[in-house]
Design a protein around this ligand. Structure first.
Ligand code: 4AD
Ligand code: MG
Length: 491
């Protein structure tokens, strides 16, 4: 009997603040642990344990406690409070804890603690990234990041995809982009040289030149040709010197790859996945979405009228869930741009004509002004896309396209990039030669086309761009715990 009771009590004791605030239980004795947000009038502690942005009010009768102890209840101190949970007398909360014992688990010197209980700018908080988890905004962002991450696994697992761990250290450059971080154990102040004066990588750790992966796609293709449906979800690295609100040097990517899928099914999968994970995160953390919705509305109010977004965060997300994504070809997109008032009034900084790699101003026009919803652009010019994309049939000479697709999202731009892959050996070899990609080194990729090739397709979702989309955060540095960008690798 006593065993059953103590287990029951322990279960109660382990309740987090979110469950206490949303549950109906009152008049129970329990212990909560967390960090002090504020301590008002030597009487009311706002206690947060990270389960929600809502604080539990802990009521302290200062006549019962030592002055020395009360003085240690400072912002960000870690405490344990035991007492009775009761229906609250005051406004603003359903329940509160009437404390009978308080234990200081970790002091926090109020004079030295870098964050004040007031609004700080996101730039300031980026410099205090080790502490910014303790703010409401970052609490919400990182709970949602977690839910999106779990939602992605849930989506693919429910559909029997195999999660595949692609390597982080790689000898190939999947995108042919040439913007990679080298991995080496050679002493860079005196690297061994070959006879012709180049660095002798045969003496390096792996006996060859290696780098951090820019994408797990090529390895995912290998797995898909046996397991059928696979996805990767891991860190990828790009040494591009882009100091923008959309680029990180280290970011996480989800790359599904599916045997027998063609471009249309690839787009269907991406749209279904995006809607699924957005809905999942919104349902799981409705309170965090509410908080960020209000935060964004506040931020928007600071902007001049014409720069404000038309939709609130919640309106935008619900709109995305309730409507089909627009699907157009690249050629149609260019036509829309050429016909646009923005083009005619020379509002675009970069020129528009068939063959260009659309700039972010063009993508934003399509998504934010013209369609006002996510747009899937397909069949891009062959010349601006990667070697592995499948060449379309029946193109006019000079207007060759490939079965590529990009998904453009309002406020973000490109969130997904993918394609149907070139499964025909002769075409692929020819394309690799044209693009000076060494076919001998990539024998393993070509082997796929030699032994049981089949149509297949996949895409890459930039995870941080998805988190930005769902949280409404304007800068990608604010949706990953420790951002890595040019000239910045703190913490
Ligand atoms: O369009 P990308 O370069 O495509 C690939 O890497 C393919 N191998 C994907 C595939 O077909 N399996 O990158 C995919 C997505 C982009 O749409 C973007 O969302 C994100 O990755 N991305 C970045 N996110 C943050 N910082 C960067 N520097 C990014 N570069 C790409
Ligand atoms: Mg891309």
């Amino acid at each position: 009997m006593s065993f059953v009771i103590s287990r029951y009590l322990r279960a109660l004791m382990n309740l987090d603040i979110k469950s206490l605030l949303t549950g109906e239980k009152t008049d129970i004795q329990l212990t909560v642990r967390g960090w002090v947000r504020t301590f008002r009038n030597n009487q009311f502690i706002a206690l947060n344990d990270g389960s929600t942005n809502q604080n539990l009010q802990v009521v302290v009768d200062f006549n019962w406690f030592d002055d020395a102890l009360l003085k240690r209840i400072t912002t960000s101190a870690c405490i344990s409070a035991s007492g009775k949970l009761v229906a609250s007398q005051g406004k603003g909360q359903q329940v509160e804890l009437i404390a009978d014992t308080i234990e200081i688990l970790g002091d926090s010197d109020a004079e030295k603690y870098p964050l004040q209980p007031k609004k700080h700018s996101l730039e300031f908080l980026r410099e205090k990234a080790h502490l910014r988890f303790r703010t409401n905004t970052f609490g919400s962002v990182f709970r949602l990041r977690n839910a999106l991450s779990y939602g992605i696994h849930k989506f693919f697992q429910e559909r029997d995809f195999v999660y595949m761990h692609s390597p982080i250290v790689s000898a190939s450059d999947a995108e042919g982009a040439g913007e990679m971080f080298r991995v080496t154990t050679l002493d860079i102040s005196k690297t061994p040289k070959t006879e012709d004066g180049n660095v002798d990588f045969s003496q390096d750790f792996f006996g060859r030149s290696t780098n951090l992966t820019v994408s797990g796609q090529l390895e995912a293709e290998l797995a898909a040709m046996a397991l059928g449906k696979v996805y990767t979800f891991g860190p990828t690295f790009r040494a591009e010197n882009s100091n923008t609100t959309r680029h990180l040097a280290e970011f996480w990517m989800i790359e599904p790859e599916v045997a027998f899928n063609e471009l249309k099914e690839n787009a269907d999968l991406a749209e279904e996945m995006l809607k699924y994970v957005i809905r999942y995160a919104m349902e799981k953390h409705a309170d965090d979405i509410d908080f960020l919705d209000a935060r964004l509305a506040d931020e928007e109010k600071q902007k001049p009228l014409q720069e404000r977004q038309e939709f609130s965060l919640k309106e935008k997300l619900n709109f995305v869930l309730d409507n089909d994504f627009e699907r157009i070809t690249y050629t149609e997109a260019i036509k829309i741009l050429l016909d646009s008032p923005a083009y005619k009034k020379k509002k675009f900084q970069y020129d528009v004509k068939w063959g260009i790699d659309m700039q972010s101003e063009h993508e934003r026009y399509l998504v934010e002004k013209h369609f006002k919803k996510p747009v899937i652009v397909t069949n891009y010019p062959k010349a601006i896309k990667a070697f592995y994309m499948r060449e379309d049939e029946g193109c006019e000479p000079g207007f060759e396209t490939v079965a590529a697709m990009d998904i453009l999202a309002p406020g973000i731009g490109e969130i997904v990039g993918g394609s149907q892959r070139e499964e025909r050996l002769d075409r692929l070899e020819q394309r690799m030669k044209e693009m000076h990609i060494p076919t001998e080194e990539m024998f393993w990729y070509l082997d796929l086309r030699r032994f049981g090739t089949c149509k297949h397709a996949g895409f890459g979702l930039g995870f941080e761009r998805l988190v930005q989309f769902v949280t409404g955060m304007g800068n990608i540095r604010d949706v990953i715990p420790f951002p890595r960008t040019p000239k910045n690798c703190e913490f």
